[in-house]
Design a protein around this ligand. Structure first.
Ligand code: ADP
Ligand code: MG
Length: 994
């Protein structure tokens, strides 16, 4: 077998890598032969011996090396166990279905297992048995006792694979667990404690967030480290899901949207635009009639800007001459020299929609329609110059300046919010289509995953877009939610010491896997030669012609009883085809993806004689299609794609559903010029030329291998673009990820430490000197301010005279005060019960971290939104975001520390102890600023209660306000030149006191 495989592989890097593994395959098989004579117990004893040996190696590096050494023997043990189960016809149930074990690892599966063990991606076609492949590295890596995880796409598959492969693991003496959505923490903890644990990416990810962002004791945490994980359907998870992070959220405290208010006006505006675009399109028609192609093209380009899905536009795009004229107009307008003209053209519309980037922009006309009295209501004011003007106004006092500035800031925030609301509504009306991007069910807007066609109940578009769509559909507008914890799947997987993946389709995305995740791809040859026939695409001018041809072909196979699997790119298309099939009285199943188990059954039945199955996107479905009796003689399963997907990978997934394990099978794709891919990415144009050369008539189809190439070129272009978008999302997320790591590490330190007081003291050591510096390390040291801060934060009762601050250096003062604070703290806690104090100390820090971290997440969301607004000012949003985010994080850490200090003496484990402590304080302290009425066990969120005094006012006797910094967008960047014109950076000038 191995030799046959190797003969197939020549020259390529992949072949060289696999060829190097071939001798190991031979050794595994030799061991497997030897083991045949062992008793079950003797085979099992190997697991125990290895576990024992590995548990005594503490250096991770050495442990990995040891695993490499025992790999051939360990894989052979697994294979041998599979053989025993097969020989005994071992029976069991999986998801309540009876089954008999019938598999022994093939050589290609051993190869795949090795690739996974090396922390790479194994590309193995559908039906090659990846579920079984994973058992080899999972077993081997679990021998360390540190847990191996297998990540699947849904709960049903997690349970199925755990119960199925569990037969093998239990035979070998390893435990296997499985995480399911509805399990409570105790059950989860037991599952994670198993040697091998199956579960979905979102369950793993959410458990991580809860463990690290919410649990307050070790006992509440369920996971136990991130050692080795294999991600099944890795492309689906790392690429398709790359744009939706896992979010744990709670209802937001405030809701500011005005979607209801704007909806009627926006509806009118959209209607006006439609009328306008129709009129322009008719003019264009006349121009074309008079052979004025240039004018026609220009007019239609305008329509495209204003209403990309205008019916007349779509119709004209079918005509090769007109299409060329329109594309030509578009191209010429995007030249740099015509920027001005393009701007004027846009101004003739009410708004413009960019179909590619999903963005909507109001023109002057649009603005005055929405608010005739004040079109400027939709323009962001130029804060920087306004601030400068205020600063230069000598007639104003400092106080008045601050007041004015904060008014302008507030005004700007309101504007930004309004612009955002309107832009969301325009997008909701013009770019988001019902039954394509979303469906309306039970008075709710439910997102449809564009990649899988699955409904995603419970998920919401962010940034208020979801509410805009709810307003459009006239359903209940749900409240905004606030992010409590968030992570992208990608960053969750980066936690693992070793990560591997498997899928039927990784090769086309190999560059992305390698660049972003450092995962290399190895393509494993199939166990048997592939007998699938891939026919050339059939290409039509219009969708209508295409669908008619699709139905005709389905019928052709159906009358022979040959099963057909029909792939579509949207739920809408699936429903359309279903209606057409009904008319033809062809029975069929539509995968509605509501219930995974039911879905798996439908997919599994798709190979039976005479079945027709319609499915939106087959990627990541994880159930393979076995052929029914007699079907091989009919040519096997016929796969029919009704549209080329944006990514070639998804098309390959669909094709791969037939001809598994050497079965017969065939596939064909249908394409029309009206398909989005063809319209948006220029493939149609090239083809129109080819069509003309062939002299094609209306209703006729085109079919040639060159045409497949053109489609592929368009696909590659989209893949590139989508890759850039994903990369950018990740670049943004990286910033967040670093911050999260710092915060979560601190949290875990606090949870784990036996000596939480040392954590508290560390905070004192850092925060007190920072404050001292703030007051004293300036041109005019503010001693009374410092004393005031000390006395309002700690019950020290320091007076100017007692403290003698003037006699010491800044550094000495810091040390002096640190000593005082610690001394007072020791005194306070001496009145309390030691274990209670420990948990109180933990609580004080965790409480401060959690509360402020959540506010920070909220501010980061706003920042991210805000930098895009700033993007208009020709700045790179990512760089802006990074700088701002860094500054905000520094402030967050300082705020957390200050909050810890602030609550230190305002919390108690026990009221009696607190009263005892109060009794030891000097009388005068008990009057005003002293800690008052603590709640047992809780740090009081005192900041909410305190009144912020006038901005920046730090006069005598005033309580200095250290409100957590909440950013309003836009503002002057800390590193930008100060608007006062001093030439210094803002943060070193006016920004210092602001
Ligand atoms: P994949 O995930 O690669 O698409 P699956 O793991 O779902 O494939 O397996 C597909 C089918 O192949 C399963 O029904 C399984 O029973 C069968 N199979 C896998 N490996 C073997 C084997 N070594 N011998 C016999 N059948 C196998
Ligand atoms: Mg699978």
């Amino acid at each position: 077998m191995v030799n046959w495989i190797l003969r197939k592989l020549f020259g390529s890097k992949n072949a060289r890598e696999l060829r190097r593994l071939a001798p190991i395959v031979r050794r595994i098989n030799e061991f497997d032969d030897q083991f045949k004579s062992l008793s079950d117990d003797a085979l099992r004893a190997k697991t125990v011996a290895w576990k024992d040996e590995l548990s005594r190696i503490f250096d991770p590096e050495e442990q990995w090396q040891q695993l490499d050494r025992i790999l051939p023997e360990a894989f052979a043990v697994v294979k041998n166990a599979a053989r025993r189960l097969k020989e005994r016809r071992h029976s069991f149930t999986v998801c309540d279905q009876p089954m008999t074990w019938d598999m022994v690892h093939f050589d290609v599966q051993l190869l795949g297992g090795m690739v996974l063990h090396r922390g790479r991606i194994a590309e193995m076609a559908t039906g090659e048995g990846k579920t079984l492949v994973a058992t080899l590295p999972l077993y081997l890596n679990a021998l360390t006792g540190r847990g191996s995880h297998l990540v699947t796409v849904n709960d049903y598959l997690a349970r199925r694979d755990a119960e199925w492969m569990g037969q093998l693991y239990s035979f070998l003496g390893l435990t296997v667990g499985c995480i399911q959505h509805d399990q409570d923490p105790d059950v989860r903890r037991q599952q994670y404690a198993c040697d091998i644990c199956y579960g979905t990416n979102s369950e793993f990810g959410f458990d991580y967030l809860r463990d690290n962002g919410m649990a307050t004791t070790r006992e509440q945490q369920v996971q136990r480290g991130y050692h080795f994980a294999i991600v099944d359907e890795v492309d689906s998870i790392l690429i398709d899901e790359a744009r939706t992070p896992l979010i744990i959220s709670g209802p937001a405290t405030i809701s500011t949207h005005q979607y209801d208010k704007w909806k009627p006006l926006i509806e009118q505006l959209v209607r006006k635009q439609t009328m306008l675009c129709n009129r322009i399109a008719s003019e264009a028609g006349e121009a074309f009639e008079k052979e004025d192609v240039e004018l026609g093209g220009r007019l239609m380009f305008k329509v495209k800007l204003g209403q990309p899905r205008n019916k007349q536009l779509l119709r004209m795009m079918e005509d090769p001459d007109k299409r060329r004229a329109i594309d030509k107009a578009e191209l010429s307008f995007y030249q740099d020299t015509r920027k001005e003209e393009l701007f004027l053209l846009k101004e003739e519309l009410f708004f413009t929609i960019d179909e590619k980037s999903n963005e909507a922009d109001l023109s002057e006309q649009g603005r005055s329609f929405l608010n005739p009295d004040d079109p400027n209501a939709f323009v962001l004011p130029d804060l920087i110059s306004e601030f400068t003007e205020i600063d230069l106004d000598t007639a104003l006092s400092d106080e008045a300046k601050d007041k004015k500035k904060s008014e302008r800031q507030e005004h700007c925030d309101t504007q930004a919010e309004r612009i955002h609301n309107i832009s969301n509504l325009l997008r909701a009306y013009c770019v988001f289509d019902k039954d394509v991007q979303y469906v309306v069910e039970d008075n709710k807007v439910v997102i449809v995953d564009e990649f899988t066609g699955r409904k995603m109940p419970g998920r919401r578009w962010s940034d208020g877009l979801h509410q805009a769509v709810e307003a459009k559909e006239g359903v209940q507008i749900d409240r905004e939610t606030q992010t409590l914890a968030t992570i992208t799947i990608q960053n969750y997987f980066r936690l693992y010491q070793k990560l591997a993946g498997m899928t039927g389709t990784a090769e086309t995305e190999a560059a992305e896997f390698s660049d972003i995740y450092k995962l290399d791809v190895n393509v494993i040859p199939t166990n048997r030669p592939v007998a699938r026939q891939d026919f050339n695409d059939r290409i039509y001018k219009t969708r209508r012609e295409k669908y008619n041809a699709v139905i005709a072909e389905i019928k052709e196979h159906h009358v022979k009883q040959q099963p057909v699997l029909v792939g579509t790119v949207s739920v809408e298309a699936s429903e359309l085809l279903s209606r057409m099939l009904k008319r033809e009285k062809i029975p069929h199943n539509v995968l509605n993806a509501k219930f995974h188990m039911q879905e798996a059954e439908i997919v599994a039945r798709a190979g039976q004689p005479g079945t027709v199955t319609i499915s939106t996107n087959m990627a990541g479905r994880g159930t393979d299609i076995k052929l029914g009796q007699g079907v091989p003689d009919l040519g096997g399963l016929f796969v029919l794609g009704t549209e080329r997907h944006e990514a070639r990978r998804i098309d390959r997934q669909l094709r791969g559903r037939c001809a598994r394990q050497g079965d017969p099978g065939a596939s064909r794709f249908y394409v029309s010029f009206e398909d989005d891919l063809m319209r948006n990415f220029g493939a149609a144009d090239r083809m129109t030329k080819i069509m003309e050369r062939f002299g094609l008539e209306e209703g006729q189809e085109l079919e040639h291998r060159w045409l497949n190439k053109s489609v592929e070129t368009a696909q590659k272009r989209v893949e590139q673009r989508n890759y850039m978008i994903r990369k950018r999302t990740l670049d943004f997320d990286d910033v967040m990820n670093m911050q999260r790591e710092v915060v979560y590490t601190w949290r875990n330190e606090v949870i784990d430490t036996e000596d939480p007081r040392s954590e508290i003291f560390e905070v004192i050591d850092e925060a007190v000197p920072a404050k001292v510096k703030e007051y004293l390390d300036v041109d005019e040291p503010n001693y009374s301010g410092l004393i005031h801060w000390i006395n309002t934060t700690f019950p020290l009762g320091l007076t100017k005279e007692k403290a003698q601050l003037e006699t010491r250096s800044v550094e000495e003062n810091a040390q002096f005060l640190i000593g005082k604070v610690k001394e007072a703290y020791e005194r306070k806690s001496s009145h309390e019960e030691p274990t209670a104090v420990k948990s109180l100390e933990r609580y004080i820090i965790l409480n401060a971290i959690d509360r402020l971290w959540q506010e920070h997440l909220y501010a980061m969301d706003a920042l991210r939104e805000g930098v895009y607004l700033r993007g208009y000012a020709q700045k790179d949003p990512l760089i802006e975001y990074k700088t701002e985010a860094y500054d905000m994080f520094v402030e967050l850490m300082a705020n957390i520390k200050n909050e810890v200090l602030h609550n230190l003496f305002r919390s108690t484990s026990n009221l009696q102890a607190f009263e005892n402590f109060l009794a030891t304080l000097p009388q005068f302290l008990l009057k005003e600023d002293a800690p008052s009425s603590p709640t047992a066990g809780s740090a009081i969120p005192t900041k909410r209660a305190r009144q912020p005094s006038a901005l920046g006012d730090n006069g005598d006797g005033e309580v200095p306000v250290d409100l957590p910094v909440r950013r309003n967008i836009p503002k002057v960047g800390r590193n930008e030149p100060c608007p006062c014109g001093s030439g210094k950076k803002f943060k070193n000038c006016c920004g210092r006191t602001a």
